[in-house]
Design a protein around this ligand. Sequence first.
Ligand code: AMP
Length: 303
Amino acid sequence: MSLLIIGSVAFDAIETPFGQTGKIVGGSASYISLASALFYPKVGLTAVVGEDFDFDFLERLKKQGVDTSGVQVKKGEKSFFWSGKYHLDMNSRDTLVTELNVLGDFDPIIPEGWDSPDYVMLGNLSPQVQITTLNRLKKRPKLVVMDTMNFWMEIALPELKEVLSMVDLLTINDEEARQLSGELSLVKAARVIRNLGPKYLIIKKGEHGALLFGPDDQVYFCPALPLEDVFDPTGAGDTFAGGFLGYMASTGATEFADMRKALMYGSCTASFCIEKFGTQRLEEISRADIEARMEKFHNLIAL
Ligand code: AMP
């Protein structure tokens, strides 16, 4: 069994009420890979970076067990760059800069031995690249999960709808779910979005947890761990998805009932991500740290 991830591997610059970073490593696939590798040993990454990238980070990914043979390096080009500024409540942010650079004409090459994965995570990326990735696989994976954001709804809605019709599960935040569906109620939004294709939908609500919607009006709620200090929420959504799918892959499962526990693991992994800037905290922790914190989750919801 294997888990293939595609998404952005990037430079970010982040401003929170606690401080500001210069250019640090970020990108949806960086967070997803680190999170899923905590649960599952066979993780492969497809991405593109420029010549300016921090190649030490790719070495560190390899040490965590991620196969980076699908990461292309574009000579003479710059890596994707994103900059964001968080509001005081840390639940919302403004995007200050999005420079696609190498992502502008990314042609995803599936590395050797990775064209028949059982699980696929299409991280936040151009919907056209997400479609191409799926079309290049030799067989239909057991479970395809995708993430997206408002940026793509605004510039590539037809392609976004096409990829939605090809996947099993979409993860999206509450604001984006409302934007995509045109509905204010998240329950109505979930119905509209599931009608576009995905059988399952996860709506992330930041510090207020996440909702999982499935067939036959099934809904499940998972809290986020109340933390004393939220330092930098960047990548929390991707870490959540990586933890979720890494756990699913580790069990070989694909159904709603299995997703409930995976949701808890995703939320638990994300609670580490936000404790430090960038990918720093994720690179420090082990599965044992996650298991220890899972107890707090059980206590949070036990009757
Ligand atoms: P999250 O906080 O989970 O929404 O993810 C933040 C990460 O998404 C950052 O590290 C960014 O580099 C990355 N990102 C932001 N905008 C885009 C975009 N349009 N396409 C791909 N990745 C993006």
